[in-house]
Design a protein around this ligand. Structure first.
Ligand code: NCD
Length: 317
């Protein structure tokens, strides 16, 4: 794929708050092309040959880190993975010191995940390359929402006018926050459903309808997006028990019946089967697009790496 003149006006991708619909379309259109490339026998091109991408993960991750690694490699870049376990962060080095050290090695793009909201922005302000937020605390996870949008757009042909219901642990979810920003920007209707303990108090201000019962939250929905109960972020008791939680908020066929007959089921993973989603529903090949989300994630990340390095590539020519 040759570099098109279309540039992305941002140096970093830290969140989707404030991103315009035409910018989202640009990313998704480009990603569509990479989906096709990823389905060929030879999945690799040389667009980013000689470039360096550093995956800097201060929090565990399987699919997001692997997805970024594959994306970088399929564009011909050198990809380095750094996780907390192998870094000197454990020896007390600060976030900024780590960033400055890696910056001195001339990374073109740093992909960063961190347990604190705002930490990725702090780091982005200090480095010379581009930074992609791969999830910061409960704040944002922009590439997840972009891959969700691509999955929906490819299945439903559009995003505008759809009713998307996000269910479960909204309070701790950066995925929910990024999705809310994106879906509002493109003209979808967003609902959130969950127990009052797991719905952030200011969430209406983000432009969503709040429901506490699955029957009303799912009524007529085109998309049912389930979220993991993020126990690692919970201090104290947010739900009485997993059994109770599943009874009221776990997605099974009975609750799903309230949504449109062709409603799609999504989950960013990792899933807690039997807690927020019934296994049968999660594996239903006619309704669940959970594995499509994983596939399209690589293409979306290739599109972002392409866009964020465009200005620099054009200057270098
Ligand atoms: C999400 C995350 O890490 O925010 N997972 C992911 O990126 N696929 C959601 C989660 O952990 O539940």
């Amino acid at each position: 794929m040759t570099a098109e003149p279309l540039a992305f006006r941002h140096r970093h991708l830290l969140g989707l708050e404030g991103l315009r619909a035409d910018e989202i379309d640009l990313i998704l259109d480009l990603a569509d092309g990479y989906v096709a490339q990823n389905r060929q026998a030879d999945r690799k091109n040389a667009l980013l040959r000689g470039r360096t991408i550093i995956n800097l993960f201060f929090e565990n991750s399987t699919r997001t880190r692997t997805s970024f690694e594959l994306a970088g490699k399929r564009l011909g870049a050198d990809v380095i993975n750094m996780s907390v376990a192998t870094s000197s962060v454990k020896k007390g080095e600060t976030l900024i010191d780590t960033a400055m050290t890696l910056n001195a090695m001339h990374a073109d793009v740093m992909v960063v995940r961190h347990p604190e909201s705002g930490a990725v922005k702090l780091l982005a302000d200090k480095v010379t390359g581009s930074v992609i937020n791969a999830g910061d605390g409960t704040h944002e996870h922009p590439t997840q929402a972009l891959l969700d949008a691509l999955t929906i757009r490819r299945r439903k042909g559009r995003l505008a006018g759809l009713v998307v219901t996000i269910c479960g642990d909204i309070l701790h979810s950066r995925v929910a926050r990024s999705n809310i920003h994106l879906l509002n920007a493109v003209g979808a209707t967003v609902r959130v459903v969950g127990p009052p303990t797991l719905i952030p108090s200011e969430v209406e201000n983000l432009g969503v309808e709040v429901h506490h019962r699955m029957s009303t939250g799912l009524a007529g929905a085109d998309i049912v997006m389930m979220l993991r109960l993020q126990q690692e972020r919970m201090q104290g008791q947010y739900v009485p028990s997993f059994r109770e939680y599943f009874r009221f908020y776990g997605l099974d066929y009975e609750k799903l019946a309230a949504a449109k007959p062709d409603a799609l089921i999504m989950h960013p993973g990792p899933m807690n089967r039997g807690v927020e989603i019934d296994s049968e529903v999660a594996d239903d090949i006619n309704r669940s697009v959970i594995l499509d989300q994983v596939e399209l994630g690589v293409a979306v990340r290739m599109a972002m790496l392409d866009l964020l390095t465009r200005r620099e590539r054009t200057n270098a020519q």
